[in-house]
Ligand binder design. Structure first.
Ligand code: HEM
Length: 455
């Protein structure tokens, strides 16, 4: 073959440049071409063209972000169908749900799909947060995406909570009464905030209309905008973090594969599995529906939805101001500012940076597992008999947590990221135990019970 000379190369380059300016855009000719082009546009707007092979391993992300997206899709599709049958007024809301369940083809299934997708989404988004936290994917270029993620989580909780009231049954009416009641403990603006959230002084028509409009318009729009922003930031960061920390320095293409089809096929498999699981659950178990709401008679026990139950349990033990205002605010602020702390080194990828990190993490989990139930029992069977936990007991618990943190720092000398991780595990496990206690181990009068006897 004749060798290309410099002047050939130059001529070819000029031809290519002129060609790209004056030629007409390539138009897909066949239907298959057209479908492929649309798919590429769609996928490559949200994903980088190439991704690292190592990030495709299922156990790296568990596909949790993609699962959240699929669940939101299911929620929107089933939600639009539910809107066709639902009537947002205190007189008709409950009856419209009954009519949907009993009188419409697949009505109960559509409602169950919505119910299960919503609850699974809260759990999946929380696990996604944990995966991102434990792989240190909140450092460097992903800092702000962590904050967007937190806003998404708040949006998901808001969507769930506003939807909770809509069936207008005893369960939903009183759960919303309890949760909006918590707002009243916020100093200065608490009463105003409570009246705002209830759309009036009491829970009634105003609340239902307010919740319905937030649930069906405001929150979904905010979620869609935030999700677009979230995916764009993942793309800007060139995909998810690599499991190998040393990959961060080198950015060559040798380790990369095309997003289409490699990542897309895996995401498709995860998405279809999620849909299958939700459909199975929805076929086997209906969404719950209690007796119609009765503002004059509270059920016993009256509980918040499971994702807020940890706070209700905390409220049994601590001053309400601490349980439902100070601690949640501190927790949210700590999560928000986490990526902006000064770390010794910003390492992303492995779940634990060293053996020290694994040891301090395990120790924190064990301490929380043992101490939290103990404190619950001490308060239930001793302190509450002598007048409640009070500020002194709260001081003792806080001092205990500080002493434990000081012990970890002195004894193990962990890196800052490992120290933060151990504290996170401590509070996470404690909160999980509070939630489990509230959901399964509280009976009439919110007394402790065995779930199989009187839950
Ligand atoms: C509607 C809820 C959410 C959706 C649909 C969503 C979706 C996604 C997807 C598809 C990815 C890339 C793949 C993966 O990691 O599975 C991702 C990555 C990420 N998400 Fe989310 N996410 C949501 C909520 C959250 C939350 C609650 C947080 C944390 C506060 C968060 C923080 C992040 C971060 C920092 C990344 C980049 C991770 C990395 O580079 O390894 N996201 N998200």
């Amino acid at each position: 073959m004749a060798k290309e000379t410099i002047s050939d190369l130059k001529a070819n380059m000029v031809k290519r440049i002129l060609g790209s300016i004056f030629s007409r855009p390539v138009v897909p000719k066949t239907d298959a071409d057209r479908r492929r082009t649309i798919l590429e546009f769609l996928v490559l707007h949200m994903r980088p063209v190439r991704v690292r092979r190592s990030t495709l391993r299922y156990t790296h992300t568990f596909g949790l972000g993609g699962m959240s997206l699929v669940l939101i899709g299911l929620l929107m599709a089933s939600g639009i169908l539910l809107m066709l049958a639902y009537d947002p007024s205190p007189e008709h809301a409950y009856r419209s749900i009954l009519a949907l369940q009993d009188g419409m083809l697949f009505g109960a299934t559509v409602r169950a799909v919505h119910h299960w997708s919503a609850n699974i989404l809260v759990a999946v988004a929380l696990f996604h947060l944990l995966r991102v936290f434990f792989t240190g994917a909140y450092h460097g270029p992903r800092r702000f995406n962590w904050v967007i993620g937190l806003a998404l989580l708040a949006g998901i909780l808001a969507a769930n909570f506003t939807g909770y009231l809509l069936p207008w049954d005893q369960l939903s009416y009183w759960a919303v009464t309890i949760c909006t009641g918590m707002l009243g403990y916020i100093p200065v603006i608490g009463d105003w905030l409570q009246a705002f959230a209830r759309g009036g002084a009491e829970i009634g028509r105003g609340t239902l209309v307010l919740f319905y409009s937030f649930h069906t318009t405001v929150v979904p729009v905010v979620l869609i905008v935030l999700m677009a922003f979230h995916f764009w930031r993942v793309r800007k960061a060139r995909g998810v973090v690599s499991p190998n920390p040393q990959d961060r320095q080198k950015d060559d293409d040798t380790e990369k594969v095309l997003t289409l089809p490699h990542l897309l096929m895996r995401e498709l498999a995860v998405g279809l599995t999620v849909i299958a699981v939700v459909m199975l659950l929805a076929t086997l178990f209906d969404a719950p529906l209690g007796a119609p709401a009765n503002p004059g008679m509270s059920p016993n026990p009256a509980k918040a939805p499971w994702y807020f139950m940890g706070f209700q349990e905390l409220q049994i033990h601590l001053e309400p101001l601490i349980a439902v205002v100070i601690l949640p605010t501190l927790g949210a602020l700590a999560l928000m500012f986490l990526p902006y702390l000064r770390f010794d080194r910003e390492m992303s990828g492995p779940w634990f940076l060293s053996k020290t990190g694994r040891t301090t993490g395990a120790l924190a989990a064990v301490v929380a597992l043992v101490v939290t139930p103990l404190l619950i029992l001490i308060d239930e069977f001793w302190l509450q008999q002598v007048g409640g936990a009070g500020w002194a007991a709260i001081g003792v618990v806080a001092a205990g947590a500080i002493a434990f943190a000081a012990f970890l720092a002195k004894r193990f000398k962990p890196e800052k990221a490992e120290f933060v991780q151990a504290l996170f595990i401590l509070f996470l496990v404690a909160f999980a135990i509070l939630t489990i206690t509230g959901v399964w181990f509280r009976g009439p009068g919110m007394a402790l019970v065995w779930p199989w006897i009187g839950g």
